[in-house]
Write a protein that binds this ligand. Structure first.
Ligand code: FAD
Length: 392
């Protein structure tokens, strides 16, 4: 164990940043979080917390809070886009939890964000702090903000998402690659779509688009993500609003349940999909990256939040076990990078072509192949990966 009172500055209070703040604080480190937004507001739609991510939050004692707001889908139904027939049904629920060691939850991103925020003292989350850059030396790191102020810490963690400023400073300004599609997402009250059982999640795959629906808000809401062709717009943000009427029009010849669901949408957040090549390294002597800043990936694998939470556990363990002095910090950040880079690179690679993209046309008997595709990610236990080889 290194010297106590290591000061960690986290840039970004998304799920990765808040998750890391929680885990690092539990490991006894001093944590300050700097977030550009003026408030920790309710943004986003449905998010998946796969067993590898829910395992992390259960171990932190958050299972009761998750159970209040999340749904645990009982099955995944694959439906024909034009006739609405269910061609395959993969049981999930308790069977899935038993298979992978923890449940698969679907929930509103804002609920997950709030659960994490509740665990971090408000006075250590500094809002209205847009980071513009940083400088590090043997003594520490200085973090600069757009208002001209700065902060000092022993370690800097960039958890500032896919357009990360810290990543750019660490790794240069390589351009994100546009995937040619956008995700339009929102939540509708489940009571407006009585045709769909809220216990299940669904995917319809059509000729040029795909629609995924999962229960959120404990089953009171149905979150949808429509993946459609897009022209791309780098200025897009998570909070950019799409046009619900245009979305409904794009699915006008799909089966009636799809039309009912999208017709009930009053919001359709527009998210153009970008990917980035994996980095060769993401840590320096005192600075590192976490979550989407480190390894942005397309959303088709539903792993963005879970991978960020795994990063948080790995980082806390490495910093908690560091040896004294700057060399100990540098070695801990290198170890964290070694532990996470290879795994997240593989997950990102699978997200390029796998996950929900491979569900089109699946028949009942082929679902086990889909489960095999994702089992290695869902079974992954970051704490086991951290254990010395002899203890595994
Ligand atoms: P993010 O969740 O992107 O968080 C990054 C944080 O850093 C944000 O709070 C951002 O404001 C802050 N930040 C960025 N730049 C700076 C800066 N220069 N200085 C200070 N702070 C900065 N995923 C889904 O599957 N479904 C959704 O509906 C969904 N909605 C989302 C809505 C929003 C507003 C955001 C930011 C992300 C959303 N995501 C959603 C993505 C998902 O949250 C992430 O992929 C995953 O949780 C990993 O999160 P992260 O913390 O690494 O990055």
């Amino acid at each position: 164990m290194g010297e106590a009172n290591l000061r960690v500055a986290l840039v970004g209070a998304g799920i990765g940043g808040l998750g890391a703040a929680l885990v690092l604080r539990r490991a006894g480190l001093q944590v300050e979080v700097y977030e550009q937004a003026a408030e920790l507001s309710e943004v986003g739609a449905g998010i998946h917390l796969a067993p590898n991510g829910s395992r992390v939050l259960h171990r932190l004692g958050l299972e009761p809070r998750l159970r209040e707001v999340a749904a645990q889908p009982q099955a995944l139904q694959v439906r024909l886009w034009d006739r609405g027939v269910t061609v395959a049904r993969q049981p999930m629920g308790a069977a899935w939890a038993a298979e992978f060691g923890a449940p698969h939850y679907t929930l509103h991103r804002a609920d997950l964000h709030r659960i994490l925020a509740e665990q971090v003292p408000a006075e250590s989350v500094h809002l209205n702090h847009r980071c513009t850059g940083f400088a590090e030396d043997e003594q520490g790191v200085r973090i600069d903000f757009a208002d001209g102020s700065s902060a000092h810490a022993d370690v800097l963690v960039g958890a500032d998402g896919v357009h990360s400023v810290i990543r750019q400073a660490l790794a240069g300004s390589e351009q994100p690659q546009f995937a040619g599609t956008a995700a339009l997402r929102g939540v509708v009250p489940a009571e407006l779509v009585p045709e769909l059982a809220v216990e299940d999640m669904y995917v319809w795959t059509g000729p040029s688009a795909r629609l995924l629906v999962c229960p959120v808000q404990g089953g009171r809401g149905l979150a949808f993500v429509a993946v459609v062709p897009d022209s791309g717009d780098l200025r897009d943000s998570w909070s950019r609003q799409g046009d619900p009427a245009a979305l409904a029009a794009a699915f006008a010849d799909w089966e009636p349940t799809v039309r009912t669901l999208l017709g009930a949408a009053t919001e359709a957040g527009h998210w153009s999909l970008y990917d980035r090549e994996p980095l060769a390294r993401w840590s320096t002597g005192r600075s590192t990256l976490l979550g989407d800043a480190a390894h942005p990936m397309l959303p088709h694998y539903g792993q963005g939040a879970s991978q960020a939470l795994e990063d948080a556990v790995a980082l806390a363990a490495c910093l908690g076990e560091r040896t004294a002095g700057p060399a100990g910090i540098a070695a801990a950040l290198r170890r964290y990078q070694e532990l996470r880079l290879e795994h997240t690179t593989r997950v990102r690679g699978e997200a390029l072509t796998g996950g929900s993209q491979r569900l089109g046309g699946r028949k009942e008997g082929e679902m086990s192949a889909m489960v095999e595709d994702i089992a290695w990610v869902q079974r992954y236990d970051v704490e086991q990966a951290l254990a010395p080889a002899a203890a595994r």
